[in-house]
Design a protein around this ligand. Structure first.
Ligand code: HEC
Length: 154
């Protein structure tokens, strides 16, 4: 019982940690944006919408590199997803759908490529039950890019 209580306190602490520490990420580096607007795209469910990717300065050192790149400890990447609103020939950002984070800390997250994975819905509710199943297994496709899909365009 005590063990369960300690465990859930630990999870809660890490959720609060991720939200508090990263609330300023919009003033970090913008890496890229993308619009997934149709079910033709394999990730329409659950990632349909307009998303932006941000990187802190440490992550930015590696993002421009190609295969074999390694992100330094302390790197943080953010995936921010909005619904799409379409009117008069334009797509604009609607309600916030998902805020997702990857935090490089190899000693803390050895079983998920050295990355901690966190995600919240538009109201801040935790979406990750199992980092490996919910997030890492898909990111494992880009192991040779240190599990990060995004590339930077000049
Ligand atoms: C089905 C595959 C899939 C799953 C599951 C998935 N992602 Fe991703 N993720 C992607 C793809 C593809 C991109 C790149 C999007 C782009 O190029 O703009 C991405 C991008 C990201 C990024 C920006 C860094 C990067 O790799 O480009 C973060 C942060 C992120 N995801 C976190 C998460 C978290 C946290 C979870 C678990 C809740 C998760 N992802 C689950 C496919 C996935």
């Amino acid at each position: 019982m005590v063990k369960v209580a300690m465990l859930s306190a630990g999870i809660l602490a890490s959720v609060i940690f991720a939200q508090k520490v990263f609330e300023n990420y919009k003033s970090w580096n913008h890496v890229k944006s993308m619009v997934i607007h149709s079910p033709q795209h394999p990730l329409y469910e659950p990632f349909g919408g307009i998303h932006h990717i941000y990187a802190n300065d440490k992550a930015m050192q590696a993002i421009k590199l190609g295969k074999g790149r390694k992100f330094p400890e302390g790197s943080v990447l953010v995936f921010l997803l909005y619904d799409i609103e379409e009117a008069k020939g334009a797509f604009t950002e609607g309600a916030k759908k998902i805020e997702a984070f990857m935090v490089k800390d190899s000693s803390k997250y050895p079983s998920t490529g050295g990355w901690g994975f966190f995600a919240y819905d538009g109201r801040g509710n935790n979406l990750v039950k199992d980092m490996k199943q919910d997030c890492f297994n898909c990111h494992a496709q880009v192991k040779d890019m240190d599990y990060v899909f995004s590339r930077y365009k000049e």
